[in-house]
Ligand binder design. Structure first.
Ligand code: PRX
Length: 650
């Protein structure tokens, strides 16, 4: 818990300005009332909000059903349609209001009003139905950040199909694993994407993924995003535009049970293959809706921009669903923050009058390096709230974001949550006094605590395991097809049914939470979760690799870098041959998983540092990766000379 030292030195508190206090919907009094109600009647609190904020096709009478714990079900006898709640219910009052403002990589802009979005989603819902997709079928969406990705997700929700969005940066191999695990019927993709002034092919990965097996995939719908040629497989592949031709712009939303899975999203764990995190419909939508209101205070004058890709949970809750459920205008951006230069984010904020901006600490740190001159060239005066997500934000980046981007006036909404939690869990409201680096306090209805290794609850000032003590509506429902993994990963404690987060945290004397990092073998690279196991298996699948261990080391911009320790089944090469092998192994990992997982450094040894019982001593590897002196006890090592081999390599 050495990070506690550095946290203790952070004593600054930023109170909300009068302007913020007087303008936001959730005032201190309203918040206090919500906390009171939630603590007195946990289920009633959530149930009342579900009735007030969402439109149900069939009202529910059961709030929480915990009879199958640790599977918790919310609003179980209710029926609802997410697409109806995100689009149709706004048509009477907001049909001409912009739902999505899209800016492409090259600066092309396209706006979809709520009415236009409705027509598109309906047309595509009819298309999916015409292609044989039915309620409960799984659909893979492998697309770049373009409105058609949201249209596809909403169309699935409209017909009750379960989507699983696979990040466009994942490789064919990673895509295949997910298609197979989900047993998907249809894949939606594009011929390519546009990023940083270039076009990048995408469909080839789908073809490669479907080459072997995957017979359950009957159709592939291809949207043409670029002018590049694309190979279409006769009988299987259909052009989006052709498939959609003649489809009606009305589709009656299919009401589904509140517990019907809305989507699966694969995420890394400490062991095994990625887990298909299964989310519900009613409970998920409730927290998606509420947190867009609570944390971002979205109202009719806002233009909300969340920079996350739809391939991650943030792109689900704060792009595809939440902002639309509250009837807001949101911006979608296809490109990268550094093209044509590192002022692009600020240019987009200025040109579209963005008022609420939500990004990751890694992006802030990367843009900080370019100095304050670039953002100062743009008019950012419309910004009123700034959010961050994905990893702890270091106080230096927090201050830069607050002062340079937020003119010292915009609250920094540091939101702690996970793929599994569905929505924000520990985060400030705009009126919460802020401490740089702390995600502040749990939301009303969320009961967080910190436990020691024996499972005892710790008091203020002590670091330990973060847990959530009571179920909440948008929590994970299952690991797709793997009940045991769901239970053992998230509810491993013997005596208490607490949801175990996998992060360590510390609560300061004011009850503020400070997230210290992961406790398992999961790395956080640029705000993305990568299992060390997955990267290790990718390396070991290379013909020259016998064994591999992956550890994280601190990295200025990415948060964590990937360090690989590799044992070869050939002699360790030197000079150019060695450089070539390092490059080959990095490419191999990119091919197996995706470029985000490429090791930043690779060291070779004749063995890994293991105890006599064969356990790899990862803490020693972490020390070596950081370039630090080894001060830990190495007496249990089978062969201490291994350490020197690795230490000699930078
Ligand atoms: O370790 C925490 C970190 O990211 C993990 C969740 O990763 P993922 O499921 O990919 O979702 C990322 C987007 C929600 C958490 O277990 N994390 C996320 N947000 C924060 C954070 N750590 C500190 N502060 C945050 N605001």
């Amino acid at each position: 818990m050495s990070n506690i030292e550095s946290i203790l030195t952070e004593t600054r508190i930023f109170e909300p300005t009068e302007k913020v206090k007087n303008s936001v919907a959730i005032t201190e009094a309203v918040l206090a009332e919500m906390h009171k109600k939630a603590s007195e009647d946990h289920v009633g609190f959530w149930s009342d909000l579900a009735k007030e904020k969402l439109e149900w096709s069939k009202p529910f009478t059961v709030g929480l059903d915990d009879s199958k714990a640790p599977h918790y079900e919310w609003f179980t006898d209710g029926e609802i349609n997410v697409s109806y709640n995100c689009i149709d219910r706004h048509l009477e009052t907001k049909s001409d209001k912009a739902a999505i403002i899209f800016e492409g990589d090259l600066g092309d802009v396209q706006t979809y009003t709520y009415k236009e979005l409705h027509d598109q989603v309906c047309r595509f819902a009819n298309t999916l139905t015409a292609q044989g997709v039915e309620k409960g079928d799984r659909v893979i969406i492998y697309m770049p950040m373009i409105p058609q990705a949201v249209i596809a997700m909403q169309a699935c929700a409209r017909i009750g199909a379960i989507h699983s969005v696979v990040f466009g940066g994942f490789s064919a191999e990673a895509l295949r694993d997910r298609i197979e695990n989900a047993n998907a019927k249809l894949v939606i993709t594009t011929n390519g994407s546009r990023r940083g002034g270039k076009t990048i092919p995408l469909k080839g990965a789908v073809d490669a993924a479907l080459e072997k097996g995957c017979d359950h995939v009957k159709k592939v719908i291809v949207y043409r995003r670029t002018d590049d040629e694309v190979e279409m497989k006769e009988g299987r592949d259909i052009d989006w535009m052709d498939a959609e031709a003649g489809m009606s712009n009305y589709h009656e939303p299919v009401p589904v049970n509140a517990e019907h899975p809305l989507f699966l999203l694969y995420t890394s764990g400490s062991t095994g293959t990625p887990k298909g995190v299964q989310h519900s419909t009613g409970g998920y939508l409730l927290n998606a809706h509420l947190t867009n209101e609570w944390m971002f205070d979205l109202n009719d004058n806002d233009v909300f921009w969340c920079t996350a890709d739809v391939g991650w949970i943030t792109g689900h809750t704060y792009v595809a669903y939440g902002p639309l459920s509250v009837g807001a205008t949101m911006l979608m951006f296809e490109g990268v923050p550094t093209y044509p230069d590192a002022g692009r984010f600020w240019q987009v904020c200025q040109d579209h009058g963005v008022t609420v901006f939500y990004t990751a600490p890694t992006a802030i740190r990367a843009l900080m390096k370019f100095g304050a001159d670039l953002p100062e060239k743009y008019d950012l005066s419309k910004l009123r709230l700034l959010g961050t997500v994905g990893e702890p934000i270091n106080p230096e980046a927090w201050m830069w974001y607050h002062e340079v981007i937020g003119r010292g006036e915009c609250p920094i909404i540091d939101t702690w949550w996970q793929t599994e939690t569905g929505a924000h869990m520990i985060a400030p409201f705009p009126i919460t006094p802020l401490k740089p680096g702390s995600c502040t306090k749990p939301l009303p209805g969320i009961e967080a605590a910190i436990l020691d290794e024996e499972g005892n609850e710790l008091g203020l000032g002590e670091g330990g395991l973060l847990v959530i003590k009571k179920p909440w509506p948008s929590m994970i429902r299952n690991v797709w097809g793997d009940e045991e993994r769901y239970k053992s990963t998230y509810f491993p404690l013997q005596d208490v049914p607490y949801y175990v987060v996998g992060d360590s945290a510390y609560q300061d004397k004011d009850g503020y939470f400070w997230i210290l990092g992961r406790v398992d073998d999961v790395l956080n690279v640029s705000g993305h979760r990568l299992g060390t196991m997955e990267i290790e298996s990718a390396l070991v699948s290379h013909e020259k690799v016998a064994e591999a261990a992956i550890v994280g080391r601190p990295h200025d911009i990415k948060g964590e870098a990937v360090s690989a320790f590799v044992v070869l089944n050939v002699d360790i090469p030197n000079g150019d041959e060695r450089t070539a092998l390092v490059a080959e192994l990095r490419e191999h990992v990119a091919k197996e998983i995706g470029p985000i997982a490429k090791p930043d450094d690779i060291r070779f040894g004749t063995n890994l540092p293991k105890t006599r019982s064969g356990k790899i001593m990862r803490r020693l590897l972490r020390t070596i990766a950081k370039g630090e002196e080894i001060t830990q006890d190495t007496s249990t090592l089978e062969d201490p000379s291994i350490l020197e081999q690795f230490q000699q390599q930078k």
